[in-house]
Design a protein around this ligand. Structure first.
Ligand SMILES: Cc1cc2nc3c(=O)[nH]c(=O)nc-3n(C[C@H](O)[C@H](O)[C@H](O)COP(=O)(O)OP(=O)(O)OC[C@H]3O[C@@H](n4cnc5c(N)ncnc54)[C@H](O)[C@@H]3O)c2cc1C
Length: 396
């Protein structure tokens, strides 16, 4: 049996911890916050409404392995996310679709008509170097101004033209009436919330969870056969090459007593002059029945917890320099949104943690640690992310 230190109890750290504990290793999880779950953490507010402390987290995935894995630790509530944008006094579907365009301009275009309109207004770009190139080449200047430029400036404190193509590239444009924000095969919310899912994930006799604990100074750091580090990449190296830029958010939570429902969908985006980017009403996500309702407004800021890596050439360059240092750290796996300095959805974080755990189990096994109960001693654990693991019985 090897000792593994896991720094951080978000999806990345918790999944790795569980996988390694199931493989027979002893795992210490050090989490500096007073709770598990990382940014997916949820809790009841003072009125008893289940809210997401760090902003709305909607689960969606196309990865069967991720869906089956998490289903061992939670039941699900079917939920498909819908978003409206508040534009010129109207609430219009986002991503932009046929309804958005017809209602915005007072038209009655067919799908083909919408496609023709978009082709007419699109500004062709030989090369898509920035998010502005992406948006203009898809929807033209008018929709770019109304839906994207103001929102992006609030979210990133940068103009569309200063951001790489990936930021706007994530948002589709549709000619149909499809109004679901995501189209993944599996879309659902954990039936009892994320915190409950995490408690089941980490509830294992070989996992010792230490909340309120700095991971990098844990006494186990020197003794562990491996460290799984899920904190910020630059912090691990004491910022020796400078700080990686992050965008943060101030979450302003509010309970509205006696208001059964504030808005028609879970999230409304505000691309206009309001100082916040979006408002989310949690009861839509959870289905909770309560006489009042709870919402969160998001105010992007440069100060505070690191949430979003800033996608610019300068930050990528610095991140690559840190990644080169990380590659030379033997016995340390850099995993997750912060340690990889890459925006990851929850399912991507889980998939990466499962793959990294496969490799680490094989590596620890080869180094003479105990063999995985899933594999006889001396055999190599699979590293193929597509290959399904045997389903364990649901924990009690
Ligand atoms: C506002 C917002 C909304 C989001 N919405 C969605 C969504 O709708 N759907 C979706 O799929 N994804 C969403 N995400 C992404 C999701 O939050 C991430 O995929 C997920 O949090 C990644 O998990 P992680 O474990 O890599 O990182 P985190 O959740 O950040 O966990 C890292 C943990 O490590 C701890 N830590 C860091 N350094 C140390 C240290 N030195 N010692 C001890 N502990 C340490 C931190 O306290 C934290 O708890 C959203 C993210 C944000 C910011």
């Amino acid at each position: 049996m090897a000792l593994v230190l896991v720094v951080g109890a978000g999806f990345s750290g918790s999944v790795a911890a569980r996988e390694l504990a199931d493989a027979g290793h002893r795992v210490v999880v050090a989490e500096r916050r007073g709770h598990v779950g990382g940014n997916a953490y949820d809790e009841r507010d003072q009125a008893g409404v289940l809210v997401h402390r760090y902003g709305p987290h909607i689960f969606h995935t196309n990865a069967a392995r991720v869906w089956e894995y998490l289903s061992q630790f939670t039941a699900w509530r079917p939920y498909e996310h819908r978003v409206l944008a508040s534009v010129d006094g109207q609430l219009l579907p986002l991503p932009i679709n046929r309804t958005t365009i017809n209602r915005l301009y007072g038209w009655q275009l067919t799908e083909a008509g919408v496609a023709r309109h978009l082709r007419r207004v699109a500004v062709p770009r030989a090369e898509l170097r920035t998010s502005e190139d992406v948006v203009l080449s898809r929807v033209g200047p008018d929709l770019a101004e109304r839906f994207f430029r103001g929102y992006t400036r609030k979210q990133w404190s940068r103009d569309l033209s200063e951001l790489g193509p990936g930021v706007a590239g994530r948002i589709p444009v549709r000619t149909t009436e499809e109004d679901r924000y995501f189209t993944d095969r599996w879309q659902a919310m954990p039936a009892n919330g994320y915190a409950a899912l995490f408690h089941r994930l980490l509830n294992h006799p070989r996992i010792e969870l230490r909340l309120g604990t700095e991971g990098l100074v844990a006494p186990e750091r020197g003794q562990a056969a491996a460290v799984v580090y899920t904190g910020p990449l630059d912090a691990y190296f004491d910022y020796r090459l400078g700080r990686l830029p992050y965008r943060s958010i101030r979450f302003a939570h509010e309970h509205l007593p006696g208001v059964a429902q504030l808005q028609p969908v879970a999230t409304i985006n505000y691309p206009g002059p309001e100082p916040f980017t979006r408002v989310t009403e949690f009861k839509h996500l959870t289905g909770q029945v309560h006489p009042g309702t709870s919402i969160v407004r998001e105010y992007p800021t440069d100060v505070g917890d690191p949430y979003y890596p800033v996608p610019s050439p300068a930050s990528n360059h610095l991140a690559n320099q840190y990644r080169a240092l990380a590659a030379r750290e033997h016995g340390v796996v850099f995993l997750g949104r912060l340690a990889q300095y890459r925006y990851l959805n929850m399912d991507q974080a889980v998939a990466a943690a499962l793959q990294a755990s496969d490799r680490l189990r094989a590596d620890l096994g080869a180094r003479g640690g105990c063999a995985s109960p899933d594999a006889p001693a001396g055999s190599t654990a699979t590293t193929d992310p597509a290959s399904p693991r045997p389903r364990r019985p649901s924990p009690g």
